[in-house]
Design a protein. Sequence first.
Length: 273
Amino acid sequence: WHIYKRHVQSNKLLMLCISIHPNLALEICRAVVEEQLLQKNDDLFTPGASCDRAFRLTRGKLDYTQDPDSATVSELTHQLVSSNSWLCEAALWVNWFHVGRAEALEPCHLLIFHAEQLINSLKIHHHVCQVSAAYCAIFHARVCSAKPPAEKFPTDLCVPRTDFLSIVMAMDHRSRSSISYHCLECLPRRDRVLGRLVSSGEADLVLADNRMPMVVLCELVLQVWHHGFIFFQVGEVEDMKAKATFQLPSCSTRGELDDVSDQLKDTDLWFFD
């Protein structure tokens, strides 16, 4: 575990799951992870091949290429993949096919994370299973929705809007609360203020890189423009006193974005009713 720890926990979901259920660390090392070596000019994968594993490049450099014959690009593209990078995380959560080629530019060392074995390991603990299932559902939805003009197509290196914070804040309230309450337990001493914020749904907690809780707040901002004019808030009343402000209308949210207009109409834009 001490050999793989830094690389396994670089994946924020795995870091959270191991924090919830520490025995999962040894299970991942024993059943999920294996090592792979590449020599210069070796292919890690090629376009069109199915993939049931993710890769963590621990040493070396790869050249990731896409060409118009096998990917949604208009010309041949190259992207350098440096050490400490993840490749094909999507293969852990969806039925994935490679859309590019990864070739070693120098001798490389990688860790392979097998999808089926990882899923089986995550199922063992109820809390871990709940969190990872919520994560998986959102990741899958964002793979399917990633397409122009709003976003770029997914690649073996990146799927738009699948960073850990973005996915957590898109989870249902129950899953976010479950994560937040676990983070509260990670504090060296009880924090009543954070506890109240989490209980009321005003804030969510996630584990930062140092495995200590980090507060996450969401702010919804409305931008309205018409014939070159932009709608701005220029003041507000507080304690019967007018105070100058210059900002776009905004309000805090608890994570769900479907009722954005209703939230704003109940606060800053109440006069639109």
